[in-house]
Write a new protein. Sequence first.
Length: 351
Amino acid sequence: MAASRVVYPFTALVGQEAMRLALELNAIHPAVGGVLIRGEKGTAKSTAVRALARLLPELEVVADCAFGCPPEGEGQCADCQGRVAAGEALPRARRRMRVVELPINASEDRVVGSIDLEAAIQAGARRFQPGVLAEANRQILYVDEVNLLDDHIVDVLLDAAAMGVNVVEREGISVWHPARFILVGTMNPEEGELRPQLLDRFGLCVDVTGIRDVGQRVEIVERRERFEVDPEAFQRAWADAEEAEAARIRAAIAALSTVTVHREVLAAIAQLDVQLEVDGHRADLVTRKAAQAYAALAGVPAVRVQEVAVVAPMVLAHRVRAAPGQRPRDIEAALRALMSPEEPRLQAASS
């Protein structure tokens, strides 16, 4: 294997537990709605995203489909659906999950794709040039410096992530294709913020900073140097840990639909968001999905308030805002109150 193709192992990352967990939860349950990672440069953000892709299960795809559609079930494009309806046996292949990166200067046509209007008008043919969203279908879409993108492009990305479909309309001609992807955005807050309306549409948000523990910093340098000297040997040394983590993720994906979320837990989630004066209901929905994913990863058959307490900071970090002249409400204090044995609703939810 060429050194350039060897990816730094996910399990070899030092620290940044919240970031790693958020990435895994969104991979297990993509309906969580994406992860936004905020932090300074050099905190392993892009390394973690690329490493995660190597842990995810291989995909079964239609071998000759531009969108990598599944050979059966939901999520097929119009062409694959038509072929199935005509009785054709779709050719199958298996592919590794990969990371599709969005260029910082990408135009709307590069993102959503373009329609050849001349061919459509003169020959009545729909010639569609797929864009990044087509390439990212069933993959990880990685958007570095998302805060520097045009707001309209970010809107397009988030719309496609929410609907699972990309629709391109030009001069009365409409083309659609599946666009189901795991969305990960990164940003350095020092270079500018996202509008609150766009922030809210990312399911999870984690803030990463440089590690201050001296021992961990030394370990980071030593591991990175060993990787750079012999990437293949370093990867082999972490192969067992990588396979164990990949097996955990596979088991969580398989178990996700069986994990139950009782009404008492939903009430606890609602209570938390009301106490923190969170706008809208998206936080409630995302917390439920993220807690379900975490329960599946932990091997727990039903979501408890313990799982809610783990994921809530990721859900609320970008949703709890301060009024002018006031300090932000304390998420950790609200969680401690919610976990208190004196709270009867929590006792019911935890049982």
